[in-house]
Design a protein around this ligand. Structure first.
Ligand SMILES: [Zn+2]
Ligand SMILES: [Zn+2]
Length: 149
């Protein structure tokens, strides 16, 4: 069994335990997310699966993503633009984002707990979490010559 097959089985177990019905479309959305490393938007998921499910709408994809988010299998990443991206890696990690194509890639770095405790001390807030994003140009976009070069 590959790592992503294992994660799919675990995710399906989580759904079963939460009493969530596993429809073929829900299964496909989950599988697509687990195999996708680019943190797709709902639209990208829809485009990837519409051939397989001609009756599926973008709204169905959103609905499935909401269910998956509610049981904690998917995180929604909002970056101030209209399209949220979805991440099924729910372990702690950071993101690097491509300025050109908007792709989001995971990387691991020890969690910045000191920043959280300092912020708590300085401001008196109860800190819930933090978000760190690194920006740049991805490998694929570097290969495409851009204007002015
Ligand atoms: Zn890129
Ligand atoms: Zn991620």
């Amino acid at each position: 069994m590959t790592v992503s097959e294992k994660r799919l089985h675990q995710a399906i177990d989580t759904l079963k335990e939460s009493g969530v019905r596993i429809t073929p479309q829900r299964h496909a959305v989950l599988e697509y997310l687990l195999n996708s490393m680019i943190h797709p938007t709902a639209d990208e998921i829809y485009k990837a699966l519409e051939g397989k499910f001609p009756n599926m709408s973008v709204a169905t994809v959103y609905n499935n993503l909401r269910v998956l988010r509610e049981v904690g299998l998917v995180r929604e990443l909002t970056y101030g633009d209209s399209s949220s991206r979805f991440d099924c890696n729910t372990t702690k990690h950071y993101h690097i984002i491509c300025d050109q194509c908007g792709k989001i890639v995971d990387f691991h770095y020890p969690s910045l707990d000191e920043v959280e405790s300092l912020a708590e001390q300085v401001t008196g807030f109860d800190v819930s979490h933090h978000r760190l994003e690194v920006y740049g140009t991805c490998k694929e976009c570097k290969k495409v010559p851009s204007k002015g070069h």
